[in-house]
Write a protein that binds this ligand. Structure first.
Ligand SMILES: Cc1cc2nc3c(=O)[nH]c(=O)nc-3n(C[C@H](O)[C@H](O)[C@H](O)COP(=O)(O)O)c2cc1C
Length: 214
């Protein structure tokens, strides 16, 4: 079957303004919780696409994991020398997209993005499995690698340097970023492609909400 023939009906629960929280971050937290409750198995409900652009405006997008969500914004963790980090240093704006296919839901977020305080990254780093903490040391994320063996060697070297699982420090080159939304759009798929879209924008007096055409 060709891609053009793939067609599904999106039959989600209607998005009604009256039931939406006036604060989009509260509403987003509600949707994440609903996705978490409804979708088990291999679906990563906290996976999101992160778009950045370099100083010249050339965009790049990749998946990251949403690791914290509160009134301050959406937090992910990464290598501070990676391509995304270099782009965020040049152009500290990001866009995020979360998608829960079985719920026919999408959320788009746009806003400035800055590193979280070091203590916050350290607190999260400490919760990661030892292997992930060691690979944060071993990998110069986004730089070319000669081959897989070089990466395995780097991992083995880190294991020699930090043999104790409880004593792997936070690398200087690793930490979190928080996207502070000034625009959030909730999308709910509906039959006949007449989808529900509600966009929140941060105004001088708080969030302003409007329905968009599908
Ligand atoms: C589901 C999923 C989750 C991911 N989560 C993260 C993450 O939280 N942090 C991260 O640095 N990379 C994560 N990655 C890898 C990134 O997509 C990407 O390959 C990496 O961060 C390098 O991107 P960059 O070269 O544009 O900086 C994830 C990939 C997938 C498929």
């Amino acid at each position: 079957m060709g891609l053009g023939d793939l067609r599904r009906t999106y039959d989600g629960t209607p998005l009604e303004e009256a039931t939406l929280d006036p604060d989009p971050l509260v509403q987003l937290a509600r949707w994440v919780a609903e996705a978490h409750a409804a979708l088990d198995g291999p679906t990563e409900v906290n996976a999101m696409a992160l778009a950045t652009a370099d100083a010249g405006g050339r965009p790049a997008v990749r998946m990251v994991l949403l690791k914290d969500l509160d009134a301050r914004g959406l937090t992910f963790f990464t290598n501070l020398g990676s391509r995304k980090a270099v782009e965020l240093a040049a152009n500290p704006q990001a866009a995020l997209c979360l998608h829960w296919a079985p719920l026919y839901r999408q959320v788009r977020v746009v806003g400035p993005c800055a590193q979280v305080p070091r203590e916050e990254s350290a607190a999260y780093f400490a919760t990661r499995p030892a292997g992930s903490r060691r690979s944060a040391w071993a990998s110069r994320q986004s730089a070319p690698a000669p081959d897989r063996a070089a990466l395995e060697d780097a991992m083995a070297e880190v294991a020699r340097r930090y043999p104790d699982d409880d004593a792997i420090p936070l690398p200087d080159h690793w930490g979190g970023y928080r996207v502070v939304p000034d625009e959030v759009e909730l999308w709910q798929g509906r039959p006949d492609r007449m989808h529900d879209r509600v966009r929140y924008r941060r105004g001088p007096d708080g969030w302003v909400r409007e329905r968009l055409q599908p």
